[in-house]
Write a protein that binds this ligand. Structure first.
Ligand SMILES: [Cu+2]
Length: 189
């Protein structure tokens, strides 16, 4: 009887060990899914460069589907704002041909690696940096996620997300670049 008890205990222990091994094996073969994200602060812009922080932009890698861009901000200007990925991360002012200061001019234009030279918005085949416009409620708070299947996470470093003072009609007419006008907020990456 005593022998049998010992054997049973031994068998039980063996079973437990075997089970643990199986669990470990299962854990090893499971793919480790990591979604790369990049985050930067959103700043107000002035003719001196960046001013105060008003929010955060987080870019998440969606693999072949491109990226998602989460914009969280408070106390910003209500209404519609053109939103684009611009070609540089520098946000210092520049001077244009007419001698006028361009706020954050160093950021360059809308990212256009295919050299299309046309602004056609998020669904067109123009600038790849053209994104859906942002709509800010009257309370000045924004918490929105937009998608871009034309931008990949590897494209982000060294560029900036730009929020313009006015909206975006996703065309170059009647005004160029969607009519967004001056650069109001930006997040350098
Ligand atoms: Cu822009």
């Amino acid at each position: 009887m005593k022998k049998l008890t010992v054997l049973l205990i031994a068998l039980t222990m063996f079973a437990c060990t075997k089970k643990k091994q199986e669990e470990v094996e299962v854990a090893v073969v499971e793919p480790v899914v990591t979604q790369e994200t990049l985050t930067s602060k959103l700043y107000t812009l002035s003719d001196q460069g960046t001013d105060k922080e008003v929010g955060t932009i987080t870019v998440t890698d969606l693999g072949v589907e491109g990226i998602s861009i989460e914009v969280v901000a408070s106390n910003i200007a209500a209404g519609e704002h053109g939103f684009h990925l611009h070609e540089n991360s520098a946000l210092t002012p520049t001077t244009n041909k007419e001698g006028k200061v361009v706020i954050a001019g160093a950021a360059g234009g809308h990212w256009d690696p295919d050299k299309t030279g046309v602004h056609l918005g998020p669904d067109g085949n123009g600038h790849r940096g053209d994104l859906p416009k942002l709509m800010v409620a009257e309370d000045g708070n924004l918490n929105v996620t937009v998608l871009s299947p034309k931008i990949f996470i590897k494209d982000i470093p060294g560029k900036s997300f730009m929020v313009h003072i006015m909206g975006d009609n996703y065309l170059d007419k009647p005004a160029t670049l969607g009519g967004g006008g001056a650069r109001l907020y930006a997040a350098p990456f």
